[in-house]
Design a protein around this ligand. Structure first.
Ligand code: ADP
Length: 446
């Protein structure tokens, strides 16, 4: 087992990893930028190292500084959290060369799954259903157009190296293609330094359903059931739940077993997520995330498994202690991402939180690194807390989330709590009638 883990991240996920390490008796090293010197992850880690100025590319994304911090502090493993370097194969490779264990899958798998177009091809080979589309990057708009005619409109153009909802363009007709292709390509180049674009059929009313995978280094891979993440704005998740109200037990078994089949095909290790789009009782692989996800707590709530501890144990060469049959679904869980932003215009609203009083009571979990007096920095994302509830039924979960949101006091910055309340009170949400268009449909029309 590791003696000391460095956490290459900040905010709530850095704290979440620290909690798991403390329970496992592992010492922790926090790294932080100049803006984060008063952060809770710095306070609660056993040691901390300042790795540079506030902008991420000069600190949390700077591989040499993070490796130097691990070497100075004698850490034997690095947990990357989510975002930042968590899906960077070069970082995982540098860790390997420096004899520091990267807590995640090997760089080869991160690299393979990081290219969404290649990942789709591999999954197709594995017998996992994928949406019709190009199997290689598309070179120019004429090629995109001829493919689109084959597939049938609407289609979606996506950045092969994409993430965070960037570099995607939906194209409904021939005449939109040229401009959409150019925009998607330039956005992809600017955001990911890789402008390869691929194309696939666009589903108009899908649900986003993803399966949590867990693997050890001995070829054992299980699933921890699914999460529903259809409540999104601009292709980014806002509220997640587990299990999905769309699936019958039979479909659940099918999608989860398909995810395991795909993960086994690539020799997956550690925690990962297979994302699917689901429409008209059919599901299609979309992409795999080779890291822990923001929404992992809802899975922890319904399965009772601590995913961060499981990641650490797997990286430390421990054999999986669970069989697939040990994994049960107990009750229901919902997570609301509480962001510092204007709730209807989605504009980040950084600033000082004057009062911060978290919700509590039965079945409530809050993952956060904020406190009264905390400054939400403009340098990083606007997530200030994840409010997660559990209850026996979905309906009880909704009532519990409502009262938790109502008793969560955050003053000094605007938050999206009013929007979450509105979502929970919407008839279609209560009835579990969700699609990725849900939020668009309930927002006030401009
Ligand atoms: P990212 O990695 O940028 O988050 P994803 O490929 O995971 O991008 O897609 C994010 C979201 O975009 C999905 O949850 C879904 O809402 C939408 N989306 C992606 N591909 C399609 C598609 N083929 N049809 C309909 N919606 C899609």
């Amino acid at each position: 087992m590791f003696r000391k883990i460095l956490i290459a991240n900040r905010g709530e996920i850095a704290l979440r990893v620290i909690w798991a390490c403390k329970e496992l008796g592992i010492k922790t090293v926090a790294v932080h930028s100049e803006a984060d010197s008063d952060s809770l992850h710095v306070r609660f880690a056993d040691e901390s190292v300042c790795i540079g100025p506030s902008p991420s590319h000069q600190s949390y994304l700077k591989i040499p500084s993070i490796i130097a911090a691990a070497e100075i502090s004698n850490a034997d493993a690095i947990h990357p959290g989510y975002g930042f370097l968590s899906e960077n194969p070069e970082f995982a490779e540098v860790c390997r060369v420096c004899n520091i264990t990267f807590i995640g899958p090997p760089p080869e798998i991160i690299s393979l799954m990081g290219n969404k177009s290649k990942a789709k091809n591999v999954m197709k080979e594995a017998g996992v259903p994928v949406l019709p589309g190009s199997s290689d990057p598309v070179n120019d708009y004429e090629e995109a157009l001829s493919l689109a005619k084959e597939i049938g409109f609407p289609v979606i153009l996506k950045a092969a190296a994409g993430g965070g909802g960037k570099g995607m363009r939906v194209v409904y007709s021939e005449k939109e293609m040229e401009q959409a292709f150019k925009m998607a390509k330039s956005e992809a180049g600017a955001s990911f330094s890789d402008d390869s674009i691929y194309i696939e059929k666009y589903l108009e009313n899908p649900r986003h359903i993803e399966v949590q995978i867990l693997g050890d280094k001995f070829g054992n891979i299980i699933h921890l059931n699914e999460r529903e993440c259809s409540i999104q704005r601009r292709h980014q998740k806002l509220l997640e739940e587990a299990p999905s109200s769309a699936l019958t037990p039979l479909l659940r078994k099918e999608i989860c077993e398909t995810a395991v089949k795909g993960a086994k095909y690539v020799g997956y290790q550690n925690a990962g997520t297979m994302e699917f789009l689901y429409e008209k009782n059919k599901f299609y692989f979309m992409e795999m995330n080779t890291r822990i996800q923001v929404e992992h707590p809802v899975t922890e709530n319904i399965t009772g498994i601590d995913l961060i501890k499981a990641q650490i144990l797997s990286a430390a060469n421990e054999k999986m202690i669970y069989n697939q049959d040990d994994i049960k679904i107990i009750g229901h869980s919902i997570e609301c991402r509480i962001n510092a932003e204007d709730p209807y215009r989605f504009i980040p609203c950084p600033g000082k939180i004057s009062t911060f009083h978290i919700a509590g009571g039965p079945g409530v979990r809050v993952d956060t690194a904020a406190y009264s007096g905390y400054v939400v920095s403009p340098y990083y994302d606007s997530l200030i807390a994840k409010l997660i509830v559990r209850a026996h039924t979905r309906q009880d979960c909704i009532s519990r989330m409502k009262r938790a949101l109502e008793s969560f006091i955050i003053e000094g910055v605007k938050t999206n709590i009013p929007l979450h309340l509105k979502i929970l009170e919407t008839k279609n949400f209560k009835e579990g009638k969700l699609t990725t268009k849900f939020l668009e449909e309930i927002l006030p029309q401009k």
